[in-house]
Structures are given as structure tokens and as C-alpha cells.
Design a protein around this ligand. Sequence first.
Ligand code: NIG
Ligand code: FE
Length: 415
Amino acid sequence: MNLLVRNIRQLVTCAAHGAPVLTGAAMRSPGLVENATVLIEGGVFRWVGPDVDFHLPVPEDADILDASGLVALPGFVDAHTHAVFAGNREDEFAMRADGKTYQDIARAGGGILNTVRATRSATKKELKKAASRTLDAMLRHGTTTVEIKSGYGLNEDGELKMMEAIRELAQEHLIDVVPTFLGAHAVPPEFRDDPDGYVTLVCERMLPYVTRKGLAEFCDVFCEDGYFSVEQSRRILSRAKELGLRLKVHADELAAVGASRLAAELGATSADHLEHADDESIRRMKDAGVVAVVLPGVSFFLNHGYAPARRLIDAGVPVAIASDINPGSCMSFSMPLMMTIACTQMRLTPEEALLASTINAAAAVGRSQTVGSVEPGKQADLILYDVPSYRTIPYYFGVNHVRTVIKRGTILEFS
Ligand code: NIG
Ligand code: FE
């Protein structure tokens, strides 16, 4: 698709200028261009800059879009989601409002296992239908790339059904999907008395099958008290690495169990959650180049502490923001809302929150060479917002400010 977008009031490029990810002070420079033009050819950005400097010939078949008065940003990358699931957990939401904690509910057989029961009884078609509606809504709210995890099957059939649903969504939906295998999301009831037996099943049967079929790019583990220990997580992640997958860890969410240190030890691409990460873990993540994916919506929704995002950035760790949309700990996919919470509760500046949701989030899913910024040669995922300034997006919260979604150079029409 060829498209010329001109008269953009304010374009924020989120450019990394060839760097794989942004850290420290660089997270305060989002690349602002006032009165900008963007030329897209073949679904890729060809030229980006001020209107006055644009002198290239415009392809004859190019559509021309006048973006006067609008703000343009790269599409958001949501680097951590559980967007494929069945059922809902409204009852647990009400129980938490009434004083129960996430852990109380999980111990009583609710939590992840509640969604596992619903997901096991759903067909692949039903899972895809529900997820596809979520992905449609994500696109309308400015998210153009999404990572999706399995983890509500927890047996061979269930995990395979989820991974196939994720693959088919990747093929059929306009949004870009990054698939992650999370067979170790919780110990299934069948293995309550033999959690190591489940770890063996994941290592010996599920992981080899998933990699042979090319169903996943990443392997993740919920490394936490009551879920998988550091030792069990190390077994699974080492096996995944041997089989050629890249690694992610649900780390230090409910307690400091050493999960983010494990992420550093194994060279994981990202460590996610990190509410309880301490200074030593932060140092090790920095040395190992692990991207810290913080999930502001989870702390907000579960009403527990926030990840030390300010300290992570100040220590030089690349920080990304994701929604973690899932029925238990954050039933929202809104990246602007996540940015608002990051600014008000984690003390990120709007610029840091924006770069954490775009270029750094792309790095957290191994895509920062192709998406996450508006730079020549990158995939043309561009969102136009009806706001006076990019800072209005996190500031004026709870409202969808998106006017136009451009995916790979095509203007999407929503019914
Ligand atoms: O990222 N922490 C573990 N997993 C999810 C929650 C999943 C669920 O409650 O269904 C999370 O918060
Ligand atoms: Fe998660």
C-alpha cells in the first residue's frame, strides 16, 4: 500500500536510530516532529520528517491523507498478554472487592485453574472467536502487535489447542501476533501431588512437540511460590532454550523468589511483572540485557504494590510496559490506560511511558528491528489521535482518542 500522510500536527517517532532498545536518559527523547509528513510505500515507511523537507515524488497510485490537527504515533506493541481464554472471572473480581486476595482465591481452587476449566471445555473455534473480538478492539485502541501466551490448557490437548488458536489468529487477523508457550502457568489438578511430574511432561512432551510444529517463538514460566519453583523453572526454560526458543519469565510478582535472577542467568529476552524485584536482581538484569516488562494494570487491578520501574530505568535496565490482559489479574488491554497508571503510580514521565509501550516493548518480543517506531524501512503501523498533543493520551484517560489506524500502510475501516 502506498500512502502519503501529511500535515500531521505532531508526530512522535519513538525512533531508536538502530539501537535495539532504549535505556536511561534516552527514554526521555521520543523524537518529536511538528508538522510532519510520512510516506509509506509497499506497507513500509519510506520517508519521515517535517512537511517542509519533503521533496520526494509521490507514487501516482498513492492515497493522500490529510492529518491536520492530529497526533501520530507508532502502533503500540503489547508485549505480554493472555488474550486467548474462555469464560470470565467477574465473581472473583467481586470477591476481591469484598476483601479476598488473588492468592486466597487461587488456594480455594479459583484463579488460573478457574479459567483452565473453562478453556479445556471450549473448542478451538470458540477460543478464536472470543480472542478475535479482543484483538479487533485492541487495534481500535492503537495496538498493532501483540504477544499471546498459552497456559490455560495445562495438558497436552489443551495447550496444543491454545497454541493452534494463537497460530491461526496470527494467520487470519490483521494484528501481528507473537506466540509464547506457557505450559507452566500453574500445576494442573491432575498433578497436584506430583508437580515435578508435570514439569517432566512439559519438558519431555509438550516443548518438543510445540517446537517441532513451529508453534512458539518464546517459552515463559510462572516462577512463583505455589506455582513453579526456581529449580523447576530452570529445568523448563533450559530445555526450551536447547530447543531454540527465546525466554520470558513471570518473575517476582507475588514474592521475591529469585525469578528475575533466573531470567538474567539464562539470558532471557524479558522478565515480566517484577513487583518484588530487589536491587541485586535489577543489577543482574542490567548486566544480562534483560528487558523489564512492567504491568501497571495488574498492580492497579489486584491492588498490590507496583514494580520499581523508576529504579529500573535509573539503573539502566530497558523498561517496557504491557497490559497482561487476562481474566484474573488485569481485564484491560488499553495501552493508554497502562501509560496513565505508569505515570501516576510508577513515576514514569509520559515520554518514558510512551517509549516503554512502543520501541522497548518491540524489543521485549524480539521485533525492534521491524516495528515499534516510525522510521524508514520499518513496517508502517501508524495511529492518528484526535488530541492536541501526545501527552494528552495518558493525561486524558479512560477515553479512546484514536481517530485512524494504519496497519502495514492500509487505513483500517471499522464497522
Ligand atoms: O500475568 N501471574 C500469572 N499469570 C497471569 C494471571 C493469570 C490469571 O490470573 O488468569 C498474570 O498476572
Ligand atoms: Fe501474565
